[in-house]
Design a protein around this ligand. Structure first.
Ligand SMILES: [Mg+2]
Length: 271
């Protein structure tokens, strides 16, 4: 099938026809900004009923293998998704450092472990330096460290540049990668990105699948999701939140979370 760039909902019939050609469909979806709306406090996001039902339908479809790939810790994803959904979902936290295949325990990607000490040192220095900055939230994770500055006071806005400069300096000295996300700065192990989720899942599930018998579909809204798209060059990639495909490696877009839910609902009927 020739993939034409545009809104995925406008091409839904051809997309379903294309997906139908394969025995298995892997869906990798980001969480914040893709399935749930951003909140001032990241702890306050909630999965809407519509998003819940769409996820429930695709994750219960035996032809589809569904994974959520997020910068959040797996423990947070578990809290927001709830036990009913978790039974059928694979989870990747901390941009791929944390792995939890359905009904299995959490594993840490071996590649992430070598950067742990450096990330802990950077976290200590940043926390000490910016402890008195109002409106920023430090997010300590197993294998990464993030600073959320969504609620920073206007009077403190200069500190955002200081924070960014500090992180960029650390990136030069340590085996870490700096991510400039939506109102969040984060450092992650230098050799980890979301495409790990694709490699790990395909390795796990494809032992019994013939090559070319499966297709991968990735959905995400942020810069880190570009790694998903780049790790899925032969598949379908959907960027959320842009009306233009000029700055992304995706071949389709959806305008917002509502459109993502509509799209997942339609895909869920494939059998
Ligand atoms: Mg996102």
């Amino acid at each position: 099938m020739k993939l034409v760039c545009g809104n995925a909902l406008n091409y839904i019939d051809s997309l379903i026809e294309y997906l139908d050609l394969f025995d298995k469909i892997f869906i990798f979806s980001d969480f914040d900004g893709t399935l749930v709306r951003f909140k001032k406090n990241p702890c306050e996001v909630r999965l809407s009923k519509k998003a819940f039902y769409a996820l429930e339908k695709i994750s219960k479809n035996s032809k589809i293998i569904t994974a959520i790939v997020s910068g959040r810790k797996i423990s947070e994803l578990e809290f927001f998704l709830g036990n009913n959904l978790l039974k059928n979902l694979n989870l990747f936290g901390c941009h791929g450092s944390e792995i939890k295949f359905k009904n299995m325990d959490i594993e840490i990607a071996a590649e992430a472990l070598e950067s742990n000490k450096s990330i802990k040192s950077i976290q200590d220095i940043i926390e000490k330096k910016f402890i008195n900055t109002s409106g920023i939230i430090f997010e300590k994770k197993e294998n990464s460290f993030a600073v959320n500055y969504r609620n920073i006071l206007n009077s403190e806005k200069k500190k955002i540049e200081d924070l960014k400069d500090a992180f960029l300096e650390f990136e030069k000295k340590y085996p870490v990668r700096f991510l400039d996300l939506k109102k969040v700065f984060e450092i992650v192990p230098h050799n980890i990105n979301k495409s790990f989720a694709i490699k790990a899942t395909v390795k796990k599930y494809c032992k019994t699948l013939k090559e070319n018998s499966y297709v991968i579909l990735c959905i995400g809204d942020d810069i880190t999701d570009e790694n998903l798209f780049m790790g899925n060059v032969n598949g379908i990639n959907i960027k959320v939140g842009v009306a233009s495909l000029s700055n992304t490696n995706a071949n389709f877009f959806l305008n917002n979370i509502n459109e993502v839910i509509m799209f997942l609902n339609k895909i869920s009927y494939i059998n």
